[in-house]
Design a protein around this ligand. Sequence first.
Ligand SMILES: Nc1ncnc2c1ncn2[C@@H]1O[C@H](COP(=O)(O)OP(=O)(O)OP(=O)(O)O)[C@@H](O)[C@H]1O
Ligand SMILES: [Mg+2]
Length: 331
Amino acid sequence: MYTKEEIKDRVEMLIDPSVNKSFKETKGIKFLDIDEEKMIVNVLIGLEKLEDDFKRTVTRSLAKLIKLDLGFTGIKAQFELNKKSESILAREVKYIGVASGKGGVGKSTVAANLAYAFKTLGKKVGIIDADIYGSSIPTILDMEVTAPKSTGNEKIIPFEKDGIELISTEFFLAPDKPLMWRGPMLGKMLNHFFYDVVWNEDIEYILVDLPPGTGDVALDIQTLIPQCKMVIVTTPHVSASHVAVKAGFAAEQLKHEILGVVENMSYLNHAGEKINVFGEGGGKIVADKLKSKLLATIPIGQPKNHISIFDSSEEIGIDYLGLANKIIKEY
Ligand SMILES: Nc1ncnc2c1ncn2[C@@H]1O[C@H](COP(=O)(O)OP(=O)(O)OP(=O)(O)O)[C@@H](O)[C@H]1O
Ligand SMILES: [Mg+2]
């Protein structure tokens, strides 16, 4: 039995006849799934030019590959216009994925504060809340959740807070959501974030808040933005570091470069003393195991003026500026 990735690799070697380039080059494989019971491969293919002749040619080469070469019973192919060339994916944007093994270690908080730090350092930045089923960035940024607005040609206008653009599933689940965003869109949500959002032309960095652990979203990210570099967040506790290492290895397997490790909730500053509430050493362990470096240790604390964002006048805000500075130097 072939894995989804193996099949995808093979399908990506096929040619988009409309431009004579492999689907790997055109990023034409939008979705691929195996129905193991029926032994059918479902695939959604983006063609650079959506014409019947090209669809027929691809359907034939797909059938040969999937049925004859790989031994499946059937193939269900759907086609759409490949919108990559006009999307943000065609631009030179630096992506930073914020990942962790465990949930609740502060990934989203770190991603959001890092975005503000980038902004303070003069960078134009956006956030993609890729934690599709547990999105939290709008709450962290204290934003009202309303349905997204679309442009005349059905593109999605990103939300904005303090000059930072963002998109999150949470907006699509707003109670007043228009019908068009329901159901089928959720499964392909991540694609829409990249293909259909009209991001500001000047965006240099996009922070991607990933769901905890490893899963489909990580694979989608690898497909959409293989150049995305990773920041791994852990707490100081050894058990958290253990799972963070796994996330790091998973990122490496997906061939993402790891920028470094952030140890969050490192300690508590109390009466001039550092108290190691959640143990110590986790960040260093993760960095060593991943042959990477510990970029920052962020203490436990609550911001003065916002729910989760620290100003650059606060100590933790300065920690985030230091972290952003280190990242900008390298990437
Ligand atoms: N340094 C910190 N000091 C105090 N509280 C923190 C710190 N970092 C994060 N928190 C709090 O911990 C909780 C979890 O943080 P957050 O939602 O950022 O984690 P997460 O890793 O994104 O979680 P999830 O896995 O649910 O996505 C939040 O209530 C957040 O405010
Ligand atoms: Mg989160």
